[in-house]
Design a protein around this ligand. Structure first.
Ligand SMILES: Cc1cc2nc3c(=O)[nH]c(=O)nc-3n(C[C@H](O)[C@H](O)[C@H](O)COP(=O)(O)O)c2cc1C
Length: 160
């Protein structure tokens, strides 16, 4: 019987949060037990209860958000099945470039912190324009397209 999955994400303008919700919805739809945690709001989460962890972060200036980076670096991930996603700008929108987003925003950090992920994806978040960069907020509460994260959630059910 496949174990419980934790989806732990950090989001500032809600795109990563929406993708996390879509992934959770797909996995639950396939009968998997899921907990979902917003790392910017939660206290310390005990990872011992989980066989598999899906880590998600938004990207700003090529970097992860602090709480997600902290989790990725955590020794508590050792021995677990890990999947990683990011929500980012333009790169993820273009299928030819989304590999580049995975390389720059996921593989780079996974390698740096010695994490071997079973599966990785970059999803589209909110496109920063000059104004939103200045304000540090790109979205408000607009919806993002979660079609790809829903599909990935179903794929994850096969491997986590
Ligand atoms: C200040 C700022 C910097 C950003 N830098 C990048 C970047 O370096 N690369 C990228 O692909 N997207 C970048 N983005 C786009 C964000 O990744 C995108 O808005 C995403 O939705 C953020 O995730 P969140 O909504 O969960 O916070 C940036 C956005 C902002 C507001």
């Amino acid at each position: 019987m496949p174990g419980r999955i934790l989806i732990a994400y950090a989001s500032r303008t809600n795109a990563t949060a929406q993708h996390a919700g879509a992934i959770a919805g797909s996995l639950r739809g396939l009968g998997r037990e899921i907990d979902i945690v917003d790392l910017r709001k939660s206290g310390k989460t005990d990872l011992r209860d989980y066989d598999s962890i899906v880590v998600g972060s938004g990207v700003r200036f090529g970097r992860w958000y602090g709480p997600a980076k902290k989790l990725l670096k955590s020794k508590a991930l050792a021995g677990k099945k890990i999947a990683i996603f990011v929500a980012c700008g333009m790169l993820a929108d273009d299928p030819k470039k989304s590999g580049e987003a995975v390389k720059n925003y996921i593989d780079f950090f996974a390698e740096k912190y010695g994490v071997k992920a079973i599966s990785t994806r970059a999803f589209v978040g909110f496109m920063p324009d000059g104004k939103s960069i200045k304000l540090g907020s790109a979205s408000g509460s607009r919806p993002v397209d979660t079609a790809r994260s829903e599909v990935w959630g179903r794929e994850l059910a096969e491997v986590l």
